[in-house]
Design a protein around this ligand. Structure first.
Ligand SMILES: [Zn+2]
Ligand SMILES: [Zn+2]
Ligand SMILES: [Zn+2]
Length: 317
């Protein structure tokens, strides 16, 4: 089985931790592991760089993880804590001069079209994000390395493009432009045809309250967030994992997320080597205390997996 490497870019619930204005024990904790941005993950798999969800903390997350070029962006579902950074994908167009390659379900696309109608307009304002959409469902799909020969549509339409590093606009094809292109490895001509082997990703269907959502399996790691139920047949896709992430927001029953007890039941059922809890809220105690509590709960219930809270920046491999 091909191995993946997953970095948690955000492990917090929709308001993040700390919550603005809250002075509870967890929100006041000085442990950096209690500072949780909105849920997102960066996965390196088969030589590809894959981002799962683009929430409102996207910019901060990309900067702190030192990321720029991304081959594929996957969406789990269309809630704003997972899609709120969509406009900021312009940086991929601007710096990498690439179209952002998005993989999502049709229900997510329809919602993005409503929320960001200007990005999907026929006659776009120059500089508006350029995205390319690949529709998926719960069947396995293949993602490919970023196609670096693709030109930004608005550059073609307007005849202008950004000149880095100044950011000013120059006409495509002027001498200055050509001079820069000659030694720019990202640019068309130098990279045309780079399109190596793709990698297969297995989506996991989940239910988030009433909403169908997707998790994703990358070889030995599965990333599950924002679920309150997993249909029986999907457990087939979750066998023999080194790591799985599972969302929980509270000790109590929640209409659209697993409670802690439910998350532990799912962890026991999947039986991965490690289970990492994510999408955590301030209703859980600070990290150290919560980790100890989970260890004793797992021992008590004989859960065949090491269950721990994830934290921002944690790397699984
Ligand atoms: Zn969420
Ligand atoms: Zn709080
Ligand atoms: Zn959600």
């Amino acid at each position: 089985m091909m191995k993946a490497r997953l970095t948690f870019l955000g492990t917090g619930t929709s308001l993040g931790v700390p919550i603005v204005g809250c002075d509870c024990r967890t929100c006041s904790s000085t442990d950096p592991r209690d500072k949780r941005l909105r849920a997102s993950a960066f996965v390196e798999y088969g030589g590809l760089k894959i981002l799962v969800d683009v929430g409102p903390d996207y910019r901060t997350q990309m900067l702190s993880a030192g990321l720029c070029s991304i081959d594929a962006i996957l969406f789990t579902h269309d809630h704003k804590d997972h899609t709120g950074g969509f406009d900021d994908l312009r940086a991929i167009n601007y710096v990498g001069r690439q179209v952002a390659e998005i993989w999502c379900e049709d229900i997510v696309l329809q919602s993005l079209k409503q929320a960001y109608s200007y990005i999907f307009a026929d006659d776009k304002y120059p500089g508006v994000s350029e995205v390319s959409i690949h529709l998926i469902d719960e069947n396995p799909f293949i993602v490919y390395p970023l196609d670096r020969s693709r030109r930004l549509e608005w550059e073609r339409n307007t005849g202008y493009r950004y000149l880095l590093p100044s950011g000013e606009l120059v006409p495509v094809g002027n001498p200055l432009d050509k001079a820069e292109r000659a030694d720019d490895p990202l640019f068309e001509g130098n990279c045309r045809g780079i399109r190596g082997n793709g990698v297969e990703i297995i989506p996991i269907r989940g239910i988030h309250g009433q909403l169908p959502v997707l998790g994703f399996r990358f070889g030995n790691i599965a990333y599950i967030t924002d679920m309150s139920a997993i249909p029986e047949k999907e457990y087939e896709k979750l066998k023999n994992l080194d790591h799985v992430t599972i969302n929980t927001v509270s000790y109590r029953h929640h209409h659209s997320h697993f409670s802690l007890d439910e998350a532990l039941e799912v962890a026991a059922r999947i039986g991965a080597g490690h289970t990492w809890l994510t999408h955590l809220s301030h209703s859980f105690p600070p990290h150290e205390e919560f980790s100890k509590e989970l260890k004793s709960l797992c021992k008590e219930r004989r859960i065949p997996s090491v269950v721990l809270p994830a934290y921002d920046g944690l790397i699984l491999e």
